[in-house]
Design a binder for this molecule. Structure first.
Ligand code: CTP
Length: 287
C-alpha cells in the first residue's frame, strides 16, 4: 500500500471501543494528514455483538466516495484563496468577541479544490480542524489580519472564496490589562471592521469572487443584494435557522446565485459535496 501512487481510501470497521480508542483515532489523524482518505464507519449492529459506530459503510457509500475521490482534475488552472472559520476580535488579553463558525465549510472547500488540482491558500481563523493535504495554511485571528493575509495573495490568485465568518465589528479599545469586575454595568463600544469582500469587489482585477451569505430570513433577496453590492461572481446563501443548514454541522442546505442571475437551490448535503457543487458552478462561469 505504501508503494502505490494511487489515491488510497481506508474504510475502518471494528468494535466500537476499538474504533473510539485514542490510539486508533490518533493513527487515523496521522493517515489523513499524509493524504489518505478515511471513510467514517456506519452505526448499528456490530459483528462482535455490540451496537454502535464501527460498521463497514454500505457498498453504495463506498462507491460514492471512490467516484468522488477519482473526480477529474479540472481546477489545475486556478490558484484559489479560501477563507474559513471565525475571526476573533480581542477585548483584553483573555477575552474576545467571536462567532459560532466551525470552519468546516471553508476547510471542505480547500480540500475539494486541492483534490481537483487547484493551488490552494487557506486563510483560517481559529478552528479545531487540520489543514487538508496539499493546502498552504495561513492562520489569523482578527478581521484585519485576515484582510492583510488575503491582500498578500491577491495579485497572484485567480479567485477568492470567502467562507469565513468575519466579524463586522471589533472592540474600539483593546485593554492591555485584564478588565476587572466592577460594580455596575460595563459598556463595550464597537467599531466597524473593513468589509473585506466588498473591498476585493471594488478592486476586482479579473479575479473570480465567491461570497457566502448566512441569513435568518429573506434568503435570496438578501443574498442577491450582497452579490451586487460586493460585485461578486457567485454567492452561496444558506438559511442558518434550518435544521442541517446551520453553523458547526457537517451538512448544509444552500442556494447558489451567480452574477448572470442563475439560481440553483440545492438539497441537504454534506459540506464536502456542497464544495464540489460550488466549484462545478465556478467552472460553468469560467466557460
Ligand atoms: N465578509 C467580509 N468582511 C466582513 C464581513 C463579511 O469579507 N467584514 C464576507 C463574508 O466572508 C461573506 C460575505 O462577506 O462571504 C457576506 O457576509 P455576511 O456576514 O453574511 O454579510 P454582511 O455583508 O456582513 O451583512 P450582514 O452581516 O449585515 O448580513
Amino acid at each position: 500500500l505504501m508503494a502505490t501512487q494511487a489515491p488510497v481510501l481506508i474504510a475502518p470497521a471494528m468494535n466500537i471501543h476499538m474504533y473510539e480508542n485514542p490510539i486508533l483515532q490518533e493513527n487515523l489523524r496521522k493517515l489523513r494528514r499524509v493524504g489518505y482518505e478515511i471513510l467514517e464507519p456506519g452505526e448499528g449492529y456490530l459483528a462482535c455483538g455490540y451496537e454502535g459506530k464501527g460498521r463497514l459503510p454500505d457498498p453504495e457509500a463506498i462507491l460514492d466516495q471512490i467516484r468522488w475521490q477519482l473526480k477529474k482534475k479540472d481546477l489545475t488552472n486556478e490558484k484559489l484563496v479560501v477563507t474559513a472559520g471565525p475571526s476573533r476580535e480581542p477585548l483584553d488579553p483573555i477575552r474576545y468577541i467571536s462567532n459560532r463558525s466551525s470552519g468546516k465549510m471553508g476547510y471542505a472547500l480547500a480540500r475539494a479544490a486541492a483534490r481537483r488540482g487547484a493551488e490552494v491558500v487557506l486563510i483560517s481563523g481559529p478552528t479545531a480542524l487540520m489543514a487538508p493535504p496539499g493546502v498552504k495554511l495561513t492562520a489569523v485571528n482578527t478581521a484585519a489580519e485576515m484582510r492583510q493575509a488575503i491582500l498578500d495573495e491577491y495579485a497572484t490568485c485567480t479567485g477568492v472564496v470567502m467562507a469565513a465568518a468575519v466579524a463586522d465589528y471589533h472592540p474600539a479599545q483593546f485593554s492591555a490589562d485584564k478588565i476587572k469586575r466592577g460594580t455596575g454595568s460595563l459598556q463595550v463600544r464597537l467599531e466597524p471592521n473593513p468589509d473585506i469582500l466588498k473591498e476585493l469587489g471594488q478592486r476586482k482585477d479579473g479575479k473570480l469572487l465567491i461570497g457566502f451569505a448566512a441569513e435568518t430570513g429573506n434568503l435570496e433577496a438578501n443574498a442577491e443584494k450582497k452579490l451586487r453590492e460586493k460585485n461578486l461572481d457567485m454567492i452561496v446563501a444558506n438559511d442558518v435557522t434550518r435544521e442541517g443548514g446551520g453553523f458547526d454541522g457537517d451538512t448544509n442546505i444552500a442556494t447558489i446565485i451567480d452574477r448572470r442571475g442563475a439560481t440553483r437551490s440545492l438539497p441537504l448535503m454534506s459540506k464536502d459535496e456542497l464544495a464540489d457543487h460550488i466549484f462545478d458552478h465556478l467552472l460553468t462561469l469560467r466557460r
